[in-house]
Design a protein around this ligand. Structure first.
Ligand SMILES: NC(=O)c1ccc[n+]([C@@H]2O[C@H](COP(=O)([O-])OP(=O)(O)OC[C@H]3O[C@@H](n4cnc5c(N)ncnc54)[C@H](O)[C@@H]3O)[C@@H](O)[C@H]2O)c1
Ligand SMILES: [Zn+2]
Length: 362
């Protein structure tokens, strides 16, 4: 396994490895054996993903059927988790069972939540199939579902026993989904790594051509950053907050457009632009660095329009954000390419001005 990139995540609740390699799916069975994970295996995936890539994963199931559930954001709800429980109960799954998630962030979050609650927790392995899930949602143990009144309101922290990433599955990912994941890669660059930021800029064409070596490089660097942050702060009481860069305005934008108009990553791209403008207006970020971020985001292609979304509505929505602690909004302020500060003194006026300068309506 000399070509496998291995990244360790060490949290108080569990230590595990993120294994990354082109063709890793074909080695999954061997990896599970090496980890001595229980041999009864259940795979949760979606009909589309199973149709596209199921044949490659099927050998680990030794003839058993996968559990297939719908994976749109709309289906990320308890009702779908119940379908997973039903299948596990019918098959008499016990604690000596391993649940493998095979899909994007929606499948990983839902099936991960099922694994965390079925029999009070059975071993979980994520095999993420979108760029967003590979660089972000599969690592860190946040699992859960939406409530009709809000996103990710029901869930838990449940670290997986392993994460196995195979960039070759990204070949079939629609371009828009691929770009959505890339904005999160830019987020890691802007918060934590100028070299990752530069790599996306330099190798954009090879990234879009989905060349395995380049994908492996940007995914592994992103995973390393996420793994380090999660290892230092599993429950998001401090450092992990930096990963929310761009997510304050981003979540608000998703919420006021009812999660329909933007992919999560697209909303985060706007959120990063808002945060950079706010920071630059305070004199905490050089205009030149703000422009570097804006140029890199623009170079990936156009984002869905925002001119009809009102800044005042976004402000209202931010007040309901989970990251508001004791009435103070913890805000991630970029201070350079690769550096941030967390502040809690952002005023509504400042935020509104930054939203308007970014292009939102009054
Ligand atoms: N747990 C966390 O820490 C965390 C972090 C970030 C985001 N999330 C969650 O992740 C979700 C978004 O995840 P996502 O962007 O992966 O969306 P997704 O899971 O909805 O997948 C996007 C689309 O791509 C399709 N797809 C997946 N893999 C494919 C492939 N290889 N080829 C072709 N099509 C494929 C899916 O069927 C789906 O239609 C959100 O619900 C968000 O809340 C969780
Ligand atoms: Zn995100």
């Amino acid at each position: 396994m000399k070509d496998t990139v291995r990244i360790e995540v060490n949290t108080p609740s569990r230590s595990y490895v993120v294994a990354l390699e082109n063709g890793a799916i074909e080695r999954l069975g061997g990896m599970l054996d090496e980890l001595r994970l229980p041999e009864r295996r259940f795979v949760v995936s979606s009909p589309l993903i199973w149709k596209l890539h199921g044949e490659r994963l099927a050998p680990v199931l030794a003839g058993a059927e996968p559990i297939l559930v719908s994976d749109g954001e709309r289906y990320k709800q308890l009702q779908t988790v119940v379908r997973v429980y039903d299948a596990l109960v019918r098959a008499n799954a016990d604690r000596a069972s391993t649940l493998i998630t095979f899909g994007g962030g929606v499948i990983g979050d839902m099936a991960g939540f099922a694994a965390s609650t079925y029999l009070r927790g059975i071993p979980l392995v994520h095999v993420p199939t979108t760029l967003l899930a590979q660089v972000d949602s599969a690592i860190g143990g946040k699992v859960g579902v939406n409530h009709p009144l809000g996103k990710n309101l029901i869930g838990s922290f449940y670290q997986p026993h392993a994460v196995v990433i195979d960039p070759s599955v990204l070949a079939t990912l629609p371009r828009r989904e691929f770009r959505a994941g890339l904005y999160e890669v830019i987020k890691y660059g802007m918060t934590s790594s100028a070299s990752l930021f530069d790599r996306v800029r330099r190798e954009r064409d090879a990234i879009f051509a989905r060349e395995p070596a380049v994908l492996t490089a940007i995914i592994s660097e992103s995973c390393r950053i996420k793994a380090d942050v999660v290892s230092a702060d599993e429950r998001e009481s401090g450092l992990r907050r930096i990963l929310n860069f761009g997510h304050t305005a981003g979540h608000a934008l998703e919420a006021v457009t009812r999660f329909r108009r933007y992919r999560h990553g697209e909303a985060v791209a706007y959120g990063m632009l808002v945060a950079a403008e706010l920071s630059a207006a305070r004199g905490a970020l050089a205009r030149q660095n703000q422009a570097a971020l804006a140029d890199l985001i623009a170079s990936l292609g156009p984002l869905p329009p925002i001119a009809d979304v009102a800044a005042s509505e976004l402000l209202d929505s931010m007040k309901h954000d989970k990251k508001v602690v004791a009435g103070h909004l913890h805000f991630v302020l970029p201070t350079a390419v690769g550096a941030t500060a967390i502040v809690s003194d952002v005023t509504a006026e400042e935020m509104k001005a930054a939203l308007k300068t970014t292009g939102f309506a009054n």
